[in-house]
Design a protein around this ligand. Structure first.
Ligand SMILES: Nc1ncnc2c1ncn2[C@@H]1O[C@H](COP(=O)(O)OP(=O)(O)O)[C@@H](O)[C@H]1O
Ligand SMILES: [Mg+2]
Length: 310
């Protein structure tokens, strides 16, 4: 028997001859009664098994984009193609194929976790995964008799994630999937998402957390004020920026000095050269800009006040 070929997800995701799972062009959306549009001329594609991250500060339109793509909001303009259909037909067939995890834990608070999953499973036509398996996968207690409303916010959010996997979706929407989780659970959730994508699930993920974007996403769209201001792999986004800063560790008359220079600045560059000439250099590192720094450079805005890692 022949072994399965290795999963060449990253190559597949960018193969031009394959129809993307999601293809969006010129997407605009304005909430009824709002003075300004929330989404302005968005264009992006998501290939099969690819994780596309929408990274942007609060209020930039990430959740709105998810709501439009999942059919919660209508009245948008532009073109949306999903699973090869434009516009996507928002019937049972569509909802059987997608999983949606929301920004807030919208559960039946009076039911137990297992009851929540069993009830939700009834909405799908096809086979669904056993609740106990999903609860374990999200590190949740399997036979907890408490109503879900009594669980902590982090647990309820993980239950929403578990619920979004009931129907083994081909296309998985994740709105801020690690917000409110402790660092261990955040890591576990990132691994779970990565594993799903490696097995072919396509992921649309929104986040204001650059660790999530950087570690998890195959490509990242920077969303700012309803516009995509950059879209590429995290690596290409970094390479497109100047490798600005040099960290130098050097000795002078036996004394160790640590200095940092901005090599994009002509005066600092001269100071760097003088410093190197006058000292016995032990190490020089140039530092790649983080996605946070690149976002700041492009938009003048920080992603979030929240510490990263959540
Ligand atoms: N139901 C709504 N009605 C009117 N405006 C809304 C509604 N929901 C969100 N907005 C506005 O749309 C913008 C984008 O919101 P949202 O998509 O939630 O951003 P993000 O998820 O990036 O934080 C914000 O300015 C927000 O105030
Ligand atoms: Mg949001």
């Amino acid at each position: 028997m022949e072994a399965d070929p290795p999963v060449s997800k990253r190559i597949d995701a960018h193969r031009a001859d394959r129809e993307p799972i999601i293809d969006v062009r010129g997407l605009c959306y304005r909430y009824p009664g709002a003075a300004q549009p929330t989404l302005r001329d968005l264009a992006f594609r998501i290939g099969e098994g690819e994780i596309l991250g929408f990274l942007g500060p609060n209020g930039s339109g990430k959740s709105t984009t998810q709501r439009v793509l999942t059919g919660v909001l209508s009245g948008w303009s532009g073109e949306i193609r999903a699973f090869g259909e434009s516009p996507p037909r928002l019937g049972a067939e569509f909802y059987n194929r997608i999983g949606v995890s929301f920004e807030f834990p919208n559960l039946y608070e009076k039911l137990t976790a297992e009851e929540n999953l069993k009830l939700y499973a009834r909405f799908f036509d096809g086979p669904t995964r056993p609740p106990s398996e999903l609860l374990r996968e999200l590190d949740l207690p399997v036979s907890d008799r408490r109503p879900a409303g009594q669980w902590s916010k982090g647990m309820r959010m993980r239950l929403v994630l578990a619920r979004s996997l009931l129907n083994q979706p081909r296309l998985w929407f994740l709105d801020e999937p690690t917000t409110g989780q402790d660092p261990e659970h955040a890591v576990r959730i990132r691994e779970l998402i990565r594993n799903r994508a490696d097995q072919g699930t396509t992921v649309f993920l929104t986040t204001h957390n650059m660790v999530v974007a950087e570690e998890l996403c195959d490509r990242v769209a920077f969303l700012f004020d309803g516009r995509i201001v950059a879209l590429d792999t995290p690596q290409n986004l970094r390479l497109a920026r100047p490798r600005g800063r040099a960290h130098v560790q050097a000795r002078s008359e036996g004394r160790l000095e640590l200095r940092e220079f901005d090599l994009e600045d002509a005066n600092e560059k001269r100071a760097f050269l003088d410093f190197v000439a006058a000292h016995q250099v032990e190490t020089i590192h140039t530092q790649e800009p983080s996605l946070e720094q690149i976002f700041l450079d492009l938009t003048g805005r920080q992603l979030a006040a929240e510490p990263s890692g959540t």
